[in-house]
Design a protein around this ligand. Structure first.
Ligand code: ZN
Length: 186
């Protein structure tokens, strides 16, 4: 990403874009944005190294909660951030728990909507692991909502994406929602 994009932006918004403190800002901003959008070059399916060994008999819900998530909304380029809970019911394959963190990073380090991140994580888990069911819930705060527009501070959005038995069977869905707790402060 060329730093001249940020030079032009700063030139438009700042009264004194050439002062010392901002000299290296275009380069720093370009590097930061390369990182914030680095998920585009990551293949989510390739991250999910699966284990059949150790999976025998594992057919109960596995839930991982409070995975940190940082993204930028595609409508305002403003940050939105929060926590993710992912649950799945294995069907012959299990995945290393840290891979779920990587999956969240892969899809959140892009220009995104919260709903699309939920769906992409759920679909990637579903297609790769072929589990009996997958559920993804993201609780997030959006700076485009809190710092401008309606300025509803502290309001959170919590969409969910459910696949397989977690979508279709009320008991399994209820179990997932009872375990998918957000403990960390957002
Ligand atoms: Zn927005």
């Amino acid at each position: 990403m060329p730093s001249k994009i940020f030079q032009a932006l700063i030139g438009h918004v700042a009264p004194d874009p050439n002062r010392d403190g901002m000299k290296e800002t275009p380069d720093r901003a370009a590097e930061a944005w390369r990182f914030w959008c680095s998920g585009y070059t990551v293949d989510g399916a390739a991250l999910l190294k699966t284990f059949e060994d150790g999976a025998e008999g594992v057919d109960q819900l596995v839930v991982m909660c409070d995975i940190p998530m940082y993204s930028h909304c595609e409508h305002h380029l403003a940050p939105f951030f929060g926590r993710v809970c992912i649950g799945y019911i294995p069907s012959g394959r299990i995945v290393g728990l840290s891979k779920m963190n990587r999956l969240v990073e892969c899809f959140s380090r892009r220009l995104q909507t919260q709903e699309r991140i939920s769906n992409q994580i759920a679909d990637c888990m579903n297609d790769t692991l072929k589990p009996a069911g997958v559920g993804v819930i993201i609780k997030a705060r959006h700076m485009c909502v809190e710092s401008r527009g309606v300025r509803h501070q502290g309001s959170t959005t919590t969409p969910s994406a459910l696949r397989g038995v977690l979508r279709d069977e009320p008991d399994a869905r209820a179990e997932f929602f009872s375990l998918a707790k957000f403990e960390a402060q957002i």
